[in-house]
Design a protein around this ligand. Structure first.
Ligand code: ADP
Ligand code: MG
Length: 398
């Protein structure tokens, strides 16, 4: 078991500097934060440490500045918002990640205060996991905490290299909750266990599918990835995305798990997402020149019916169509609503994936209508697939 911030006695934090890797990668335009869900999710860990007298040094990335200073990607607006929402003695901001100004700001911190560093990715050493940069980060504090699940699969300086240099390396409350829920889904799902997977690249879903197929009662496949399976079954898929390299594997899975894999029986097709001409619902075969862009009306009913079957567990990753375009959003919206209904009927429902969470919003399903919304897209699938995640591997064992 990995150590969590709540495992240490309260007095271990008094007057101690604690480095907390957070995920403050929020949408900002014209210096305004559009949506601050990720900030709210870190409040428990930050206030837990502050209330115990720690000096909390926060570090995050924002966007992709690729190692240079991009003013539009400054974390200053985040510091301003944190000042409004956190119940702590002070929230300070320093416009650098490492160096003399940071050292001075850290030295001036008082018990319970919070200091946010500038965007980690302004420094090329962050993504390169540069040892000198990692040492500079690690010199800022005495205890290390990771509460950034979205980047926990990366071996960057703030998630891996710097973490290794601390003697205490703890999971934050959010990361701890993610590990608890996702390991329950992976290792001990209450049955019946249904899995819904959509999205576009089989490679991203492979380890999770391999881990979940033996355990699930039903696996519903939709979205772009379904066409590789349909093609493997010999169904005509027209110009839909088919990943040749995964055809043999898909065929093997269909043989091994014949009874549990459910593929869409019909499709919403068009010549392309942009042009939408020839838009129609077809059963089974997709004609040449057309792409399957959403599961069809019948498939949507069948999938929703499966999601709603009994209590147990439902895990969903990946939209079932190009939901960003209204004409192809119905299948995804129907499943999002079925997920919410399953939750209210007592099922344990878990959703992961950046686009899947966006689809939830489009369906007007609230986060509180899902038992757990994972904050990590790639990270949650890799965790479920049993892959070693550097940011977790590095944490101290209890
Ligand atoms: P997540 O971020 O939730 O893990 P993915 O990134 O795997 O999900 O997949 C999301 C993308 O898959 C969306 O941009 C969506 O438009 C696309 N998609 C879903 N179904 C199809 C399809 N039939 N054809 C092309 N793209 C699709
Ligand atoms: Mg995605």
């Amino acid at each position: 078991m990995k150590q969590v911030v709540s495992d240490l006695p309260d007095d271990r934090y008094r007057e101690r500097r604690v480095f907390v890797r957070v995920d403050f990668n929020v949408p900002i335009s014209n210096g305004q934060i559009r949506e601050d869900y990720r900030l709210r999710r870190t409040v428990p860990t930050i206030e837990y440490l502050s209330q115990r007298g720690a000096k909390v040094v926060l570090a995050s990335h924002l966007g992709k500045p690729k190692g240079s200073v991009v003013p539009a990607l400054s974390l200053k607006p985040v510091a301003d918002r944190l000042r409004e929402i956190l119940k702590v003695p002070a929230v300070k901001f320093v416009g650098a990640v490492v160096g003399e100004s940071v050292r001075q700001a850290v030295n001036a911190m008082k018990s319970g205060e919070v200091l946010l560093l500038e965007n980690l990715r302004f420094e090329s050493g962050e993504e390169a996991n540069d040892p000198v940069f990692a040492t500079q980060l690690a010199s800022l504090a005495e205890i290390y905490v990771n509460d950034a699940f979205g980047t926990i699969h990366r071996a960057h300086a703030s998630t891996y290299g710097a973490a290794q240099l601390f003697s205490k390396r703890l999971a934050g409350l959010l990361v701890s909750k993610e590990m608890e829920v996702l390991s329950q889904v992976r290792d001990h799902p209450a049955g019946p266990f249904r899995v819904v997977v959509g999205g576009i690249k089989i490679k991203d879903k492979l380890s999770a599918l391999k881990a979940l197929l033996p355990k699930a009662d039903t696996v519903l496949l939709g979205g772009g990835i379904a066409y590789t399976f349909l093609a493997a079954e010999g169904v005509a898929t027209g110009d839909s995305p088919v990943e040749q390299e995964f055809m043999p594997w898909a065929k093997e899975m269909l043989t091994q798990y014949r009874g549990k894999i459910l593929l869409p029986e019909d499709h919403v097709i068009a010549r392309s997402v942009e042009e939408r001409d020839g838009l129609q619902n077809v059963h089974r075969a997709i004609p040449a020149g057309f792409k399957g862009l959403d599961i069809g009306r019948d498939a949507s009913l069948t999938f929703a019916h499966e999601v709603l079957r009994g209590t147990g567990t439902v895990f969903w990753n990946g939209p079932l169509g190009t939901f960003e375009v209204d004409e192809f959003a119905d299948g995804t919206v129907d499943i999002a609503r079925a997920m919410a209904l399953a939750h209210w009927r007592g099922a344990f429902t878990v959703i992961g994936g950046g686009d899947t969470v966006a689809a939830l919003r489009k369906a007007e399903v609230l986060e509180t209508e899902v038992s757990h919304v994972s904050t990590g897209g790639g990270a949650s699938l890799k965790f479920i697939g049993g892959e070693a995640l550097p940011g977790i591997t590095v944490l101290s064992e209890t």
